[in-house]
Ligand binder design. Structure first.
Ligand code: SF4
Ligand code: SF4
Length: 350
């Protein structure tokens, strides 16, 4: 019987996973850290730009002089006129200029359109590249770029330590459609009040803004309190609860990425049903049962954690239909052993 089972598993030829996919999760962490460091660097550069434009070095306080000297040291090789050249890098992930290219979070022009009940095309066009990327890669912003995501993932680790220490953290399940309601309500309120409401409850916009305030203006706004509230929400209600259930940007990205071309796929022939992919998924998805849906961020964490290389990327507009238990798992073997046994008895097995 065991032989028949072994033979059955030998006859399958699982797809190979491109070796780099296993390391994408590390690259993703690196990207998140770089984006976060950029948000810290930009206000310092802005201060330096202001000091340079004012030719005010002699009048600066000692701390400001230190900032000036460090920034000058860091940038002198790359630019001749900081007051002008540093215009190529400013803003946050909400909207900014990165090496001269103007880019905006798609939620920014959408909120502006709702607020002004009009279309400002130059602003709308700055969201074109992020929108096209989202249509191809789905909710990748949440996994790869969002500066709040870095803090939320670290917060998930804090929650894991708390559980390890015997504390209870939130594991509730709410309706994922809540965030679409938040998005719709935010747009309606923006239109009704004439102010961009979304930026006040949208974590990446808040993080970018608060980092800027704390460095350039030496203070914090009310956004900090709101953001701390979302961290508490994640600890008390659900892991990544704000992203899963309330974030308006997450809602917009999920909608835009519903028919993304690049998506994760499970290779059932290589899967042993260990469920590590489900455990690692911050968004409470069910990769083990081929259920990714529009919420998947293509973060590649499930690829990295899979011990049998059963997760990979594929090019498809929809998820693979459910493939049943993994072929290396007990359930599949149990289901297929009698058949193999019969075939072996009848001399049909190879
Ligand atoms: S859901 Fe919102 S806060 Fe969470 S990662 Fe996505 S954009 Fe960032
Ligand atoms: S299913 Fe995989 S790629 Fe998608 S969000 Fe979960 S861990 Fe990330």
């Amino acid at each position: 019987m065991a032989e028949a089972t072994n033979e059955a598993s030998k006859t399958t030829d699982p797809a190979k996973v491109f070796f780099l996919w296993r390391h994408l999760n590390k690259l993703r962490w690196l990207t998140l850290v770089i984006v976060f460091l950029m948000l810290i660097l930009i206000p310092f550069l802005h201060l330096y730009q202001t000091y340079t434009a004012a030719h005010a070095y002699d009048f600066l306080a000692p701390t400001e002089k230190r900032i000036y000297d460090i920034m000058e040291f860091m940038t002198a090789r790359f630019m001749s006129d900081p007051a002008e050249d540093l215009d190529a890098l400013k803003g946050t992930t909400w909207s900014g200029t990165f090496w001269g290219l103007k880019l905006s979070d798609p939620l920014a022009p959408l909120s502006q359109m709702a607020t002004g009940l009009s279309v400002y095309w130059p602003f709308l066009l700055t969201a074109l590249i992020p929108t096209v990327l989202t249509v191809f890669f789905g909710r990748f912003f949440c996994g790869w770029i969002c500066p709040a995501s870095l803090i939320y993932e670290l917060n998930s680790n804090v929650a894991a330590w708390l559980r390890w220490a015997g504390f209870k953290t939130g594991e509730h399940r709410l309706d994922k459609r809540l965030k679409y309601g938040v998005l719709g309500l935010g747009l309606i309120l923006s239109a009704a009040t004439g102010s961009v409401m979304m930026a006040t409850i949208y974590p990446p916009a808040i993080v970018g803004r608060e980092i800027y305030y704390s460095i350039a203006l030496a203070g914090f706004g009310t956004g900090t309190v709101f953001f701390l509230g979302t961290l508490l929400f994640d600890l008390l209600v659900a892991r990544r609860g704000f992203c899963r259930y309330l974030c308006p940007g997450g809602a917009l990205y999920s909608l835009l990425g519903r028919y993304r071309l690049v998506r994760i796929r499970r290779i059932a022939e290589s899967c042993n049903d260990c469920a590590k992919c489900n455990v690692v998924c911050e968004f409470d998805l069910d990769p083990l049962n081929d259920d990714f849906g529009q919420e998947c961020t293509n973060c590649a964490a499930c690829i990295a954690v899979c011990p049998t290389d059963a997760m990979t990327f594929t090019l498809r507009l929809t998820d693979y239909p459910a493939q049943g238990p993994g072929h290396l798992g007990r359930q599949y073997r149990r289901q297929n052993e009698p058949a193999n046994e019969d075939e072996a008895h009848q001399g049909l097995a190879p």
